[in-house]
Design a protein around this ligand. Sequence first.
Ligand code: HEM
Length: 277
Amino acid sequence: MFSEFTEIPAQQCWKDTLIQHVQLPSFLLLYNNTSILMMRSTVTFYLCYLLCLALGLACVACVCVWNSRWRGGFAWDGSGLQFNWHPVLMVTGLVVLYGYGAVVYRVPLTWGQNKLPWKLLHAALMLGSLIMSILGLCAVFAVHNAKNTPNLYSLHSWIGITAIILFALQWGVGFAGFLLPCSPVLLRKLLKPVHVWLGGSILLLTTAACISGINEKLFFVLKGNVTYSSLPPEGLLGNSLGVLIIAFGLVVLKILSNIKWQRPDSRPGEIAYTVSV
Ligand code: HEM
């Protein structure tokens, strides 16, 4: 029996002590270890998820304040005010809504439920994101055409248009492959890794488009008396928006890349994978 006189080597761990002296079956400790690890993983997930939600809201607040307070607000009349819809719609739709939609399946609370409603929510959030990005494109094209500014000349516009084209293709193929009941299981199985990889890549492209767009806009507007290099409040806000967008993208990618946070029936090698992809 384990008494206060028993000598325990200093480096012996508490588990060995319990097995030897209290005769606790080792599988119980193993079970305990597994549930502690699972609990830790779930708590870490929810911390990351809360951070993701908070960073997304901060991005939307920042881009709205920038364009309403410093850029004069919004209109839809071909003037400079119409341009202001472009960053707001792109950041809200193509970054934040897209990121929220991408992590929908990872929330452990949804794992015990039928996958179909979550698939529909994922597709609806992505469709909302796509519609907002097309409206955001219309805003900037209309302003360029009204002012006879050439279209698609900058690196920013090349990265941005590539992201939107890939996203539109991804949505169409994803809808046909994963939501139409007639699509064969083999096709879904082949499509899934490409869909996941392309989803992450589109997020990287949209983050790059936002950073280059913010930088370009700050160089366009901060000249004359108040230069970007003097880091006026508007420059500080624009830079902060960029940092928030990068942080949001990194948290979303962290959530997507952790295999333990994947819905169990979607993990590679799961038997249920073939029926509920
Ligand atoms: C995912 C996000 C974004 C995408 C996909 C995107 C895409 C585009 C595209 C395709 C154009 C070219 C339009 C034309 O040629 O008529 C453009 C223009 C522009 N965008 Fe963005 N954009 C994004 C975010 C932003 C953000 C956050 C800003 C910040 C203010 C911004 C600033 C600009 C500016 C200043 C232009 C006009 C100059 C140019 O054509 O490069 N964009 N954007």
